[in-house]
Design a protein around this ligand. Structure first.
Ligand SMILES: Cc1cc2nc3c(=O)[nH]c(=O)nc-3n(C[C@H](O)[C@H](O)[C@H](O)COP(=O)(O)O)c2cc1C
Length: 199
């Protein structure tokens, strides 16, 4: 399938097949693809938590508002967390990053209000989500992007200290009777004339 056909076929899965397991090789590919996500100045402010453990996944599902059922059904939940403790993240920047990147980040940090810096860091997570959704369908997997999670509860359940969840993505195989499949519920998007300009 070419990339356009893949994108036409992906959809936010609302009901998963609870039996079909995801091959481990696909999960490993997904990990590597997320790690390769590009970000502004290559800042990489993230942690991707792959949750396959059923017990932990059930707890996270209960802290996920209207997303509980699909998280319980899906075989994998990926949690996308952003650096929250900026002092701890500074240590990463100072020890792991090349001088040009470190200097650029330090300059931004020195000149931007902290709230703006945090917003900029959080924006990078959405690039990873886009990569994650596209990668999933390329690997023959279905997925659900989710902002509907209770971040503070996730922090407690996952024992996070320096990162904070922004988004999550359920991954698995969509149930045959998922009402949101594009063949049942055709994609709803604004028209090309409204959203594309050509000059
Ligand atoms: C950033 C983001 C957050 C979303 N959060 C949720 C969510 O919490 N639960 C859910 O069921 N769908 C969620 N969605 C799915 C959107 O509603 C969906 O992408 C949109 O309606 C287009 O439909 P499609 O993905 O099936 O093409 C989210 C999508 C994005 C991109």
């Amino acid at each position: 399938m070419n990339i356009l056909n893949l994108i036409e076929s992906r959809y936010s899965t609302k009901k998963y097949d609870t039996e079909k397991e995801i091959p481990e090789s696909k999960i490993e590919d997904l990990k590597e693809i997320l790690r390769l996500t590009p970000s502004s100045i290559n800042i990489q402010p993230w942690k991707f938590t792959f949750v396959q453990n059923a017990e932990v996944k059930t707890k996270l599902a209960a802290a996920s508002l209207h997303n509980e059922e699909k998280i319980n059904q899906a075989k994998l939940l990926v949690v996308f967390s952003v650096a929250d403790d900026l002092d701890a993240f500074q240590k990463v920047v100072d020890s792991e990053y090349v001088p040009a990147l470190r200097d650029w980040y330090n300059n931004m940090k020195a000149t931007m209000p902290e709230a703006d810096l945090r917003t900029w860091l959080a924006k990078q997570m959405y690039i990873a989500l886009g990569f994650g959704m596209t990668a999933s369908i390329s690997l023959g997997l279905d997925s659900t992007p989710m902002e509907g999670i209770e971040a503070e509860k996730y922090v407690d359940i996952l024992g996070m200290k320096t990162y904070k969840p922004v988004l999550a993505m359920a991954v698995g195989y969509g149930a045959d009777d998922d009402y949101n499949r594009p063949e049942v519920r055709p994609k709803s998007r604004r028209s090309p004339e409204d959203v594309i300009e050509h000059i």
